[in-house]
Design a protein around this ligand. Structure first.
Ligand SMILES: Nc1nc2c(ncn2[C@@H]2O[C@H](COP(=O)(O)OP(=O)(O)OP(=O)(O)O)[C@@H](O)[C@H]2O)c(=O)[nH]1
Ligand SMILES: [Mg+2]
Length: 147
């Protein structure tokens, strides 16, 4: 996995996804600051939710080859602004997390990502069961996100 920056609300599952992709068995802790970890860039959810942090996200995205907007399938309470995904000068894709939880509405979650300006591809994954991770790993390896 190379130069992937994860952005999304608090608790969306960004750090869990990095751990799952890197096969890191450590328990996740709340992310307190922007962290570079073996090719991935993890960001605290507050940076997506509080506009005064947007400039930090934009500058950090310059270090990435792809920005991944992470959306929790089980929690649509937090609305990122329309066009949020357009602020990045890097390709932006979407990842919906927690699809292992019963009763989620995939179409509704996907439309939330489209509303904020995320374009396809949008992946549906579970960091807990590993469902969908292979497709994501393949996408990162394909070179579509290389500079
Ligand atoms: N069921 C389920 N729970 C998940 C999944 N991914 C993450 N979680 C849980 O969601 C909670 C938040 O996960 P984190 O990875 O810390 O979320 P984050 O986006 O990094 O949050 P911040 O660091 O606060 O921005 C944790 O309790 C995780 O165990 C998933 O795929 N399925
Ligand atoms: Mg985190």
């Amino acid at each position: 996995m190379k130069k992937v920056m994860l952005v999304g609300p608090v608790g969306a599952g960004k750090t869990s996804l990095i751990h799952a992709l890197q096969k890191d068995p450590k328990r996740v802790e709340k992310t307190q600051s922007i962290r570079f970890c073996d090719g991935a860039i993890d960001t605290p959810g507050e940076y997506a939710q509080i506009p005064r942090f947007y400039s930090a996200l934009m500058v950090t995205a310059m270090e990435a080859s792809v920005v991944v907007i992470v959306q929790d399938a089980t929690d649509l309470k937090i609305n990122l602004p329309p066009g949020f995904a357009m602020m990045f000068s890097r390709p932006v894709i979407g990842v919906v997390t927690k699809i292992d939880v019963p009763g989620i509405d995939r179409d509704k979650v996907k439309s939330r990502l489209l509303q904020i300006g995320v374009k396809e591809p949008i992946f549906f994954i579970s960091s807990h069961t590993g469902e969908g991770l292979d497709d994501l790993v393949e996408y990162f390896a394909e070179g579509r996100c290389k500079e």
